[in-house]
Write a protein that binds this ligand. Sequence first.
Ligand SMILES: [Zn+2]
Ligand SMILES: [Zn+2]
Length: 304
Amino acid sequence: MLAALALAAASVATEPARCQRELVVLGAGQDAGAPQIGNVGDEGPDLWPSALALVDRENGQRYLFDATPAITAQLALLDRIEPPAQGLGIDGIFLTHAHIGHYLGLAWLGREAAGASGVPVYAMPRMAEFLRGNGPWSQLAELGNIALTKMAASEFTVLSDEFGVMPILVPHRDEYSETVGFFIMTPDQTALYVPDLDSWDEFAEASGQSLEDLVEGFDLLFLDATFWNDGELEGRDMSAIPHPRVKATMERLADLDAETRGKVHFIHYNHTNPIRDPASAESRAVEDSGFNVARRSDRFCLSE
Ligand SMILES: [Zn+2]
Ligand SMILES: [Zn+2]
């Protein structure tokens, strides 16, 4: 009996610390994923559109950042990492903006698919109006599949004593909605998710914060890496196409120390971006420069 108790105590003592709050990369591609529609013969690694999940084990909750067209597979991936406490197991979805890779997945909460009940969807005011005012999204709200909750720029949505989320406005093509990135706060670590923006200079002009300030200020950053460099889209003049280029972002941050550079994870890469392939010279160049490429299934413990 005593031996059994001692054994039990020992096994508890040696169990690895459980991660209480963990970020999981559910996808790292641009909106259209890869292979992209119409690209015959694309044999490169497949990509799902960018999304993160936050698993809060202490409170038995799971949150999504962006609802992509690949939400079915992405939720299944999350279920393998942390099964839902009950039902669908989505305690909230934070939407960055109304471009296809970032919100179409909401459709799978409706009656043709999950038939969800009251999933909190956190959206900026224009984004919330857009969903409320246009089918099929309006039906999700009317039937109560989703519960739209408005956020305000630079104001925290407090989800528990240990977890809050703040939207940060970023410059982008805002046809239907504002565009935000998310500041994810836990007592131990902070993360920033900015999958989509036009330029860091415009962001600095509008916010007074440079990219360098952001990288210094957060513990973990997931940043727009849509294109590697100009010339990537064959036959198109890319000077008019926004998005910071990965190459330029790395040059801009080259003077930061290695530990600081290591906080940056590139995400939202286009099917044409060579960092899509982990074996490419460009992926190696990112790593050799001390940065990271976010990959589907990457996991980061924010608090133990
Ligand atoms: Zn996008
Ligand atoms: Zn976009």
